[in-house]
Design a protein around this ligand. Structure first.
Ligand SMILES: [Zn+2]
Length: 63
């Protein structure tokens, strides 16, 4: 059974767009946490400079 858990969305830290973990185009792991992206371009930008995008979202997890 699908649960509400499957409908969680995550904010693409690069562009700020909401992406679902089911529909995300690209993902990456950083410091044990998975990040979801709307495009490969956003992922590549994040991977290149993760600190640049994370400093605005220091808290881990849920909004
Ligand atoms: Zn994006």
């Amino acid at each position: 059974m699908k649960h509400k858990d499957d409908e969680r969305t995550f904010k693409d830290p690069v562009c700020g767009m909401e992406v679902s973990h089911l529909s995300a185009i690209a993902t990456t792991d950083h410091e044990g946490k998975t990040y979801y992206f709307c495009s490969d371009g956003c992922r590549d930008a994040f991977v290149a400079e993760p600190g640049k995008y994370l400093k605005h979202h220091r808290q881990h997890g849920l909004e």
